[in-house]
Design a binder for this molecule. Structure first.
Ligand code: GLU
Length: 519
């Protein structure tokens, strides 16, 4: 390919359901590559298989990219000169190219019904429709031109098959995998077009569109590698070998544990999303979780995905979109599958959470509080965030409780509930309460309560000025007991900060309640 040709890449999903996170990674790599080369990224919808079409999938995919900040230059919903970009709207174009292959003798019409093909597969082990068997089948080559024309005129359904010459080594020059070579004898005469719905199959539509849309690089998932020799042969059959795009097949995303491909079941089992956004399946009514709804920040998802299959070398892991664009290197992508380490995804989220200001986080936390029925100002929410964002939370797993750093805004709710909701009961069997509420606790709390009642300036400094001397003189160690009063359990920020946040009235109220209930 001419190196002066401007880079044009495409992301070409089939709207068969929610976009899998691996598809998002593919789109991201296309985006990074396009931006790095000042090229264009095209959004094409490959919907020629109407049996697999799912309502809402296209909108879902577009919404996911809007959320993530992956921008397209042309395509469905974006416009451009190479449209239409939805394959179901390009029937006439494909028909013309299928005819071109038929006229050149590179493809042929075949009438074998599904039943006939099934019977053949039953009778012949590993049956393949190819040079060794096509002479036994009901097609243009065995029936002749006139009979074929007659059957078509009579309305018999047919398909158009690609005529593959056997015994040829077909080379695919893959940017990531190098020279991939297979022998054409193992390929079957793929169906390119079906009269039943007047639509091409994936292979033909894909090649024709990549050509007409002047695509220079095909960057896609590893699952398409086996199709690529066929695609090379199609380019040659059309005489387009000089403008054939370069291929790059990305590594698979692997399960977080063990071997094999990442699947939705892994997400359900281990508790992480495999879709960018929540998805409501229109047929089953089932809801699948999404990164957005689970509280991930888009920049964290981008950073996490970008490093699944590629890394810039060195120690730097936190990279902005611009840094990713500058450093991305398709040639340095790994051939080997990339383990989907979702804990690393959580780590990225925490890092990006801590990079946001308390004001920003406070605004989001206030919204969450409102959903929980708590009225709090953004300032109050921000104050709580700043006290609690670096804490550890305990969470439940099948193997019992585990701990991790606060990584999501939603982690803050169970952790910070006591800021907004006073204890209404105390669990006397709770280890912390048992230890902290001994004999004399009630009397000590009463003293502290009466002392605090005299404090006018209830800021941390104001409380300290009055309480610290009392602690010094009496040798009292009131902190855990006081924590029982205000929190009801052994967690939270330092006591003065908490009391300052709650305010004098609330502090005295909670202390009275605890003294009455526990003594
Ligand atoms: N429609 C295919 C898909 O769903 C596109 C594969 C390709 O990029 O060639 O992934």
């Amino acid at each position: 390919m001419n190196t002066d040709t401007p880079v044009r890449v495409r992301f070409a999903p089939s709207p068969t359901g929610p976009l899998h996170i691996g598809g998002v990674r593919t789109a991201l790599y296309n985006y990074l590559f396009a931006r790095q080369h000042g090229g264009q990224l095209i959004f094409r919808i490959e919907d020629t298989d109407s049996t697999r079409f799912v309502r809402g999938a296209e909108e879902y995919i577009l919404e996911a990219f809007r959320w993530l900040g992956i921008e397209f230059d042309e395509g469905v919903s974006f416009g451009g000169d190479s449209g239409p970009y939805r394959q179901s709207e390009r029937r006439d174009i494909y028909k013309q190219y299928v005819q071109q292959l038929l006229d050149a003798g590179r493809a042929y019409v075949a009438f074998d019904t599904a039943d006939e093909l099934a019977a053949k597969r039953e009778a012949v082990q590993n049956f393949q429709y190819d040079a060794s068997t096509r002479q036994q089948m009901r097609n243009e080559l065995t029936l002749g031109k006139d009979e074929t024309a007659r059957l078509i005129a009579e309305g018999h359904p047919y398909v158009v098959r690609f005529l593959i010459e056997p015994g040829e080594d077909v080379h695919v020059d893959d940017i990531i995998r190098g020279d991939v070579c297979i022998n054409s004898s193992i390929l079957d005469d793929k169906v390119l077009w079906k009269s039943a719905d007047q639509l091409p199959t994936y292979h033909l539509a894909n090649i024709v569109d990549d050509h007409l849309m002047r695509i220079t690089h095909v960057i896609r998932g590893e699952e398409w590698l086996p199709s690529s020799p066929l695609h090379v042969l199609l380019y040659r059959a059309f005489g387009w070998q000089d403008t054939m795009p370069r291929f790059a097949h990305l590594p698979l995303l692997l399960k977080p544990d063990g071997k094999g491909k990442l699947s939705k079941r892994d997400g359900d089992r281990l508790g992480f999303p495999v879709f960018p956004l929540e998805w409501h399946d229109p047929k089953s009514g089932e809801t699948s979780s999404g990164f957005r709804e689970d509280g991930y920040l888009p920049e964290a998802v981008i950073n996490f995905l970008a490093l699944l299959g590629w890394n810039p070398g060195g120690d730097q892991e936190l990279l902005t979109m611009q840094e990713l664009i500058d450093k991305f290197n398709l040639e340095k992508c790994s051939k080997n599958g990339a383990r989907f380490d979702y804990m690393k995804g959580q780590w990225f989220n925490r890092e990006y959470l801590l990079r946001r200001s308390d004001e920003e986080l406070g605004a989001e936390f206030a919204e969450l509080l409102q959903r929980e029925g708590i009225e709090a100002t953004q300032e109050q929410a921000a104050a709580v965030v700043s006290m609690m964002k670096t804490k550890v939370i305990e969470y439940q797993t099948k193997d019992g409780p585990k701990k991790r750093n606060v990584s999501f805004i939603s982690d803050l709710w169970p952790l910070c509930r006591f800021f907004f909701v006073a204890p209404t009961a105390f669990d006397r069997n709770d280890k912390f309460i048992k230890k902290s509420w001994g004999e004399g606790a009630a009397a000590q709390m009463q003293q502290l309560r009466d002392l605090l009642a005299t404090v006018d300036d209830f800021s941390v400094e104001g409380q300290k000025a009055v309480v610290d001397p009392w602690v010094e003189q009496t040798g009292a160690k009131p902190w855990n007991t006081w924590r029982v009063c205000l929190v009801g359990e052994g967690q939270g920020p330092d006591m003065y900060s908490l009391a300052a946040f709650l305010g004098k009235d609330e502090v005295l109220r909670r202390m009275d309640f605890a003294i009455n209930t526990l003594s």
